[in-house]
Design a protein around this ligand. Structure first.
Ligand code: ZN
Ligand code: ZN
Length: 72
């Protein structure tokens, strides 16, 4: 059985991700602390491009951009 690769993603700028085993702790683009699991259900992030958690349907933070939300 394959172990699915999981990732850490930036919850703020959505421009950065890395493998779960990388030493990165903070986004190198915006400096936000990376998240390595769904904030709602705690399941790992197996697709760094996903916008929603596939286990509970919760949107990952920073993935869904609404209009006028580009101010830092
Ligand atoms: Zn970032
Ligand atoms: Zn979830």
């Amino acid at each position: 059985m394959d172990i699915e690769q999981s990732y850490k993603i930036c919850p703020k700028c959505s421009s950065f991700f890395c493998g779960i085993n990388e030493p990165d702790k903070y986004c190198s683009i915006c400096g936000e602390e990376l998240i390595e699991a769904c904030l709602k259900c705690g399941q790992p992030i197996t697709n760094p491009y996903a916008k929603f958690c596939k286990y509970c349907g919760e949107a990952y933070p920073g993935r869904i951009k609404t209009k006028n939300q580009f101010n830092i």
